[in-house]
Ligand binder design. Structure first.
Ligand code: ZN
Ligand code: FE
Length: 256
């Protein structure tokens, strides 16, 4: 059995496009479609033919390429049922518990609302990868445009239950700004300090900092760490519920 091939490339200002390809079945999916030209160039570079678009949420920087890509490749567009009316060209609506057969790989859908009300994530257990759109970022999480802190916290808790070795692909290169914020929440976190330095070096050389892994995020992402006693103590929220600590961290980031 061959491995799932994954190709990540920059698109727009700070988005990432991702193509996944199964050699045996000759299927290729684009995770979101930030920009049709960027996706088409990536396909050409790999010499792959697009068969699917897997949409995480309705924002334009994730769906702008849908219609042109569909017109050119006749691909099938799969996306969140909860916001299907806002996904251009959607053919198939999925939600929590849906599975998509992708050659020999099974893609599982998780509802991860909060950034948008219908946001979903795609997990491929056999390949140990998750595509989380704008729900989780390296050392960050998405802004709460259409959800409450409590809802987003429950989505992050769902992602936190994936195996630690899971590679996490995110919608944006926000890592450096996130790291600089994270250190204000946990100035004593040694692994975070090291990661900040590492990320600064990578960005200075124009390298992508993604994908990340769940293991790294559990150790350094303040939004995933809202339930840690050290974080609660530091914020003077010793006796507060985890989601309230998350809400406080999110509002500090919004106002940073
Ligand atoms: Zn978004
Ligand atoms: Fe986005």
């Amino acid at each position: 059995m061959s491995a799932l091939q994954i190709h990540q490339f920059p698109a727009r200002t700070d988005n990432y496009g991702v193509l996944i390809h199964d050699e045996a079945s000759n299927l290729t999916a684009s995770i979101d479609a930030p920009d049709d030209s960027a996706v088409l160039s990536a396909l050409q570079e790999k010499n792959w033919t697009l068969t699917h678009i897997l949409t995480t949420h309705h924002h334009a920087d994730h769906t702008a390429g849908n219609l042109r890509l569909k017109e050119i490749t006749n691909c099938t567009i799969i996306g969140p049922g909860g916001e299907a009316d806002k996904i251009p060209g959607i053919d198939s609506k999925v939600a929590q518990g849906s599975t998509i057969e992708f050659g020999s790989f099974r893609i599982e859908v998780l509802d991860t609302p909060g950034h948008t009300a219908g946001h979903i994530s795609y997990v491929i257990p056999k390949a140990s990868v998750a595509f989380v759109g704008d729900t989780l970022f390296a050392m960050g999480c998405g802004r709460l445009f259409e959800g409450t802190p409590k809802l987003m916290w429950s989505s992050l808790c769902k992602l936190r239950e994936l195996p630690e070795e899971t590679k996490i692909y995110c919608g944006h290169e926000y890592t450096l700004a996130n790291a600089r914020f994270a250190i204000t929440i946990e100035p004593q976190n040694e692994q975070l300090k090291q990661r900040l330095e590492c990320v600064e070096a990578m960005r200075n050389q124009g390298q992508p900092t993604l994908p990340t892994t769940l293991r790294e995020e559990l150790a350094t992402n303040p939004f995933l760490r809202a339930g840690e006693q050290t974080v609660k103590d530091r914020l003077g929220m010793q006796n507060e519920a985890d989601w309230k600590v998350f809400a406080e961290i999110r509002s500090r980031k919004d106002n940073a």
